[in-house]
Design a protein around this ligand. Structure first.
Ligand SMILES: Nc1ncnc2c1ncn2[C@@H]1O[C@H](COP(=O)(O)OP(=O)(O)OP(=O)(O)O)[C@@H](O)[C@H]1O
Ligand SMILES: [Mg+2]
Length: 334
């Protein structure tokens, strides 16, 4: 069941008297309990999309349904209630400089009118879970980037949201803190059942934690679907990744220098990534297989492998026919 449905969403800004579109007919569907990654280069419209999802930015047109409610037609009061169910963690954390960590975390429930003592108790519980308990009396300027990040996550969680929106949560963090935040996001999702939308331009974040990816290009949603489908089908053709494009160029060069009649890209997904498929499919055939590049990565739902191989020999066609039935995706590149 989808928790969030976005249809034909358009957002424009004006500069020097001219209107320009930042989001152009964006469609998005986020399943209840899933983690969705929104990716795209700088300026693609990721933050704008995130801000529009809880109407911090009003769209020019389109529809946003959250938990079956058309949020553009609700009253201000209903919108206020709805926003409590959607926690936002901004790119720049947006902590209150003059408040302690405890008061920063408790703030959303204090303004709702919850008694201060109760609010601070709840803040303490969340701080414990996020390993911030020793920092409750500190001010934001006394915290590291990773700690400020966790305070902003704690503040988003205190209202028990159904969904949280995170804008570039790892962009200022080192690899160790990145892993820690990603583990935290996964735990919030699996233990608390919170649906997560995470904006990032770091593809490794998408691979490690996301079930689905939505890719924005100049305000248009060019892909929205399962992460492994994006990386197996779409990735190379649009060259969103310099590393993958570079490997392909190298493989083509080796092929040109050494001969071989076919360059083939193979994608292995899930359990099949561990099987000796090249050996199995070439048994008894007159075919030689030259591995030009190979990699196995750990995705959220299992191993994801890619191989670039060159083949030659009179049984090449039969070999490729057998292969195509045994791998997740096969693409003959030359
Ligand atoms: N309030 C605004 N007024 C005018 N233009 C804006 C406004 N906010 C964003 N833009 C423009 O909209 C486009 C998309 O911006 P946005 O911040 O959504 O991109 P982004 O994908 O989040 O980029 P980044 O990865 O750098 O954070 C940019 O061209 C930006 O300059
Ligand atoms: Mg942004």
């Amino acid at each position: 069941m989808s928790l969030l449905e976005v249809k034909n969403l358009c957002v424009s800004f004006s500069a020097k008297g001219k209107e320009f579109a930042v989001l152009d007919n964006v469609e998005l569907s986020v399943e209840q309990g899933s983690i969705m990654g929104i990716a795209g280069v700088s300026g693609a419209g990721k933050t704008t999309l995130l801000r529009t999802l809880n109407l911090l930015q009003r769209p020019a047109s389109g529809k946003i349904a959250f938990d079956g409610v058309d949020i553009m037609s609700v009253s201000q009061e209903e919108l206020r209630v709805l926003r409590r169910r959607i926690g936002v963690i901004f790119q720049s954390y947006n902590l209150f400089r003059n408040k302690t960590v405890a008061r920063n975390i408790a703030f959303p429930v204090i303004i709702e009118g919850v008694n201060k003592k109760k609010a601070l108790e709840k803040a303490r519980e969340i701080a414990e879970e996020l390993e911030l308990i020793h920092r409750l009396g500190s001010y934001p300027s006394q915290l590291s980037g990773g700690e400020q990040q966790r305070v902003s996550i704690a503040r988003a969680l205190i209202t028990n949201p159904r969904m949280i929106l995170l804008d570039e949560p790892t962009s200022a963090l080192d690899p160790f803190l990145t892993s820690r935040i990603l583990r935290l996001v996964k735990r919030v999702n699996s233990v608390h059942g919170v649906t997560v939308i995470i904006v990032t331009h770091d593809m490794s974040v998408i691979k490690r934690v996301c079930d689905q990816i939505a890719y924005l290009e100049k305000g248009k949603m060019v892909f929205c679907g399962p992460t492994h489908d994006y990386f197996s089908e779409y990735y190379l053709s649009v060259s969103h990744d310099d590393h993958a494009a570079e490997q392909l160029e190298k493989a083509k060069k080796i092929l040109a220098e050494n001969g071989g009649n076919k360059l083939v890209r193979l994608v292995f997904w899930g359990e099949a990534a561990g099987e000796p498929i090249l050996w199995k499919c070439s048994k008894g055939l007159d075919v030689s297989v030259n591995i030009l590049y190979g990699e196995i990565e750990e995705f959220k739902h299992g191993p994801f492998g890619t191989l670039l191989v060159a083949t030659c020999g009179k049984d090449s066609a039969e070999f490729l026919r057998r292969l195509s039935g045994n791998v997740y995706k096969m693409e003959v590149l030359t």
